[in-house]
Design a binder for this molecule. Structure first.
Ligand code: B12
Ligand code: SF4
Length: 462
């Protein structure tokens, strides 16, 4: 069978193309079982024409679309625009997994996949090929003659080492690397043990039985990195796991083997609670050059009570001091525009970042994701402006919330001024560059400066 995957990545800020691990994994499993796959990566503004052209060339039997919440409005347009081809359509990914009602509400959508899709999709494709019944496959819900056939989910895949490496050939992976500072991305794990109220992990964990947080063996991830760096031109590695440092012994074993067998500069995402001076030294010694941590909100009480992130400000400060001591660059992820936040509470985020002075600080506007406790809180309090849900803007630069305590204009102001506020008087070049980046000309500048972005980044963080 021929399966055409669609990765909608429309109206996303930043200028770097991205790889989709989930689709890469699905593609590998299907190919291993004798099926053919292709991908349509939809980047920039909405344009269905290249997709239609791909459908005409590849002639797929099935179209499989991956969905995060922000992209769902575009997915509905895609489904409408390609409905004339009459091809079987299925949607999966975190949004669908937590908003199963979409199957009933979405026209021209035949099925959805809830949770992990490798073995469910394979079963579906095999059944379609043999013209067998498809209404009883675990994880797959099907719409047939207006009737929904829902099914339970199989347990989470226990040993993720058993999955083949993701299919990097599904896309021009070298182009992805070039667009992302010559960096190749990997994932050593699935899942996250924490339960921040704004993050989909809270809901995704409940989908299936079994262990949610799983790591591949160190040997397996090192083998994959080796495979990629021998096939592509790569200068650095990004382990994009939700939290890479959950298990101390794993980090130690990884660092040892990575240093001996790979040695490229690398970066990771982490949580302040996991970090010790010894672990940071080990990471640095193995070639880690930067760690990224979600700070999200700087007001300790708000962070604990609304976001379920109980770490103290002093713990955050301590982690950044330690990282700087061992010579690691640091990056914070921050969010503005949470329900019940105010401009004053947001200043806690500014002040904490100002104090710790990370090498770079990223800010997003809060986006409510179905299946999360904070989304439910938005619904209960009538904070979502339903009529604005289909509006087109760049993801996480605007809000669809109407918060009596934090008007939209103030959220956008805080978003745009954030980096200027934290670096002003501390690092002129960072303050200036970030001010430009978040200004109304930011998006145009990102595009114009794309050929020089590596130089600009080096200049900004040094
Ligand atoms: C790595 C990552 C990225 C990377 C790579 C993107 C990717 N998805 O591979 C980058 C940095 C590019 C990225 C970008 C974004 N991300 Co992101 N990302 C993640 C992260 C940390 C891991 C994703 C992953 O690889 N998981 C492992 C793979 C194997 O799982 P998977 O992708 O879910 O796919 C499996 C199933 O979902 C299913 N499946 C998925 N698609 C399909 C399609 C079909 C047809 C079928 C049958 C099955 C199926 O089968 C797959 C294999 O088991 C998750 C957090 C998480 N724990 O999921 C956030 C997450 C997916 N990201 C999120 C968001 C919001 C974004 C952005 C919108 C941010 C932005 N504004 O820039 C963009 C959107 C990109 C896009 N257009 O999809 C949210 C989505 C929440 C939501 N409900 O919308 C998540 C869940 C984190 C969170 N805050 O809650 N992200
Ligand atoms: S630590 Fe990060 S990935 Fe884990 S639940 Fe919280 S926000 Fe999500």
């Amino acid at each position: 069978m021929k399966i055409l995957f669609v990765y909608p990545d429309i109206n996303i800020r930043g200028g770097a193309l991205s790889y989709h691990y989930g689709l890469g994994s699905l593609s590998s499993v299907l190919k291993k079982n004798g099926h053919q796959t292709a991908l349509q990566y939809m980047y920039g503004s909405y344009n269905p024409k290249p997709l239609m052209q791909k459908i005409e060339e590849f002639k797929p039997d099935i179209i499989g679309i991956t969905a995060v919440s922000f992209q769902y409005k575009f997915i509905k347009r895609i489904l409408k625009d390609i409905s004339g081809y009459g091809i079987f359509t299925i949607c999966g990914g975190p949004h669908i997994s937590l908003s199963q009602y979409e199957l009933e509400r979405t026209e021209n959508l035949d099925a959805i996949c809830i949770g992990e899709g490798e073995f469910a999709l394979l079963e579906l494709v095999n059944a379609l090929e043999k013209n067998e019944d498809i209404t009883h496959i675990r994880n797959i819900w099907v719409k047939k003659d207006g009737k929904i056939f829902s099914n339970p989910c199989r347990p989470f895949i226990e040993d993720i080492d058993k999955l083949p490496f993701v299919d990097r050939e599904l896309i021009d992976f070298q182009e992805i690397i070039y667009s992302d500072y010559d960096r190749a991305e990997f994932m050593a794990s699935r899942g996250c043990p924490y339960s921040c109220t704004y993050c989909s992990n809270v809901g995704l964990r409940k989908i299936s039985e079994g262990k949610y947080v799983r790591f591949r063996s160190v040997e397996s991830i090192i083998a994959e990195i080796k495979d990629v760096i021998t096939r592509y031109k790569v200068k650095s590695i990004y382990l994009n796991d939700d939290v890479f440092t959950i298990n101390k012994e794993y980090v130690a074993a990884f660092c040892k083997m990575y240093k001996e067998e790979i040695g490229y500069p690398f970066e990771i995402n982490t949580r302040v609670e996991n970090l010790t001076f010894g672990m940071l030294q080990m990471l640095k010694d193995a070639g880690c050059y930067r760690i990224a941590m979600g700070l999200e909100q700087g007001d300790e009480k708000f962070r604990k009570e609304i976001l379920n992130r109980p770490m103290s400000n002093s713990k955050i400060e301590e982690a950044f001091i330690m990282a700087k001591k061992v010579g690691l660059m640091t990056k914070t992820f921050n969010i503005v525009g949470f329900p019940f936040e105010t401009a004053d509470i947001h200043m806690g985020t500014v002040n904490l970042n100002r104090k710790i002075q990370p090498s770079s600080a990223v800010i997003y506007v809060y986006e409510p994701y179905p299946g999360t406790p904070l989304y439910d809180m938005c619904i209960e309090n009538n904070f979502i402006e339903k009529e604005r849900e289909n509006e087109e803007f760049i993801s996480r630069t605007d809000t669809i919330l109407k918060l009596p305590m934090f008007p939209r204009e103030d959220i956008i102001k805080c978003y745009k001024r954030f980096s200027w506020r934290i670096y002003r008087g501390k690092s002129f070049k960072r303050a200036f560059l970030f001010k430009l980046y978040y200004s109304k000309y930011g998006e145009i500048l990102i595009k114009l400066m794309a050929p020089f972005k590596k130089k600009i980044q080096k200049f900004a963080v040094k």
